[in-house]
Design a binder for this molecule. Structure first.
Ligand SMILES: [Fe+2]
Length: 248
């Protein structure tokens, strides 16, 4: 079967007849929902390295940057402070690869990984994601998995809130300790942020994975990232090759 035919089968299956690989991907994502990685060296090293590069106390970011107008959809990742986070990422490449490997160890199989994680920060009296959404609303593939690493503690109204079950509109905070990681179902469950009423700033990265076993069906979409316009494909949004939990 040609690649075009294979993609056609995969796409039609999403709308009606689910491909076996899609069922497996859904099962994997649901199984890993709210799986935490606590006290990892990789999470703490990454969080410390980013804070050091930014050169500001991340929990007191609001004393040094902003304030900004209320973050809105499509305009919640492009301030000068976001650019400051992205501008230092090149220095974190090795730490970021180690962080990805730690998550892959938890997932249990080699994965393509988001090449540059999505950096987020939230100041008091603002929110750090523009609206409540599912990432599938923005063209993200149902074959993806998603993880967050907290660069500060993220508690109460400063935590990402996520539906307890898909479609319930009943939200609970996904509270995280500094350096803690969590996988969550970003595809089927609405998630977003209320206004941060905690009086402290928060920061995090979120980053996506596609298990290598799904490569045939996962990368058929022409969709691109809303923030960067980059195609959700290997060599673009995702790594050229899959990453394993240990160097091969
Ligand atoms: Fe999201």
């Amino acid at each position: 079967m040609s690649e075009a035919d294979r993609c056609l089968v995969s796409k039609s299956s999403v709308t009606g007849f689910a491909a076996p690989s899609l069922l497996l991907a859904e099962e994997t994502r649901q199984k890993l929902h709210l799986k935490r990685i606590t006290n990892s060296t990789e999470g703490h090293v990454f969080a410390s390295a980013v804070a050091e590069s930014i050169g500001l106390p991340l929990q007191a970011l609001h004393q040094h940057v902003g304030p900004y107008p209320m973050f809105r959809p499509g305009h919640d990742n492009s301030t000068d402070t976001h650019q400051r986070f992205y501008g230092q990422h090149e220095q974190q490449k090795n730490h970021y690869r180690d962080l990805c490997r730690r998550v892959i160890r938890c997932i249990g199989e080699p994965c393509y990984v988001q090449q540059i994680p999505t950096y987020r920060f939230g100041l008091p009296n603002n929110r750090w994601v523009g609206n409540f959404h599912r990432d599938s609303d923005f063209g993200h593939s149902r074959y993806e998995l998603n993880a967050i690493c907290a660069l500060t503690p993220m508690l109460g109204s400063a935590a990402l809130h996520i539906e307890t079950t898909d479609g319930s509109h009943d939200f609970e905070p996904m509270e995280l300790k500094l350096g803690e990681l969590i996988l969550f179902d970003h595809i089927d469950r609405l998630h977003g942020c209320p206004i941060n009423r905690e009086g402290v700033s928060v920061a995090s990265v979120d980053f996506r994975f596609v298990p290598a076993r799904f490569v045939q069906d996962a990368f058929c979409s022409q969709a691109t990232s809303i923030n960067t316009g980059i195609a959700f494909l290997p060599g673009h949004y995702f790594s050229d090759e899959p990453l394993a939990d240990e160097p091969l």
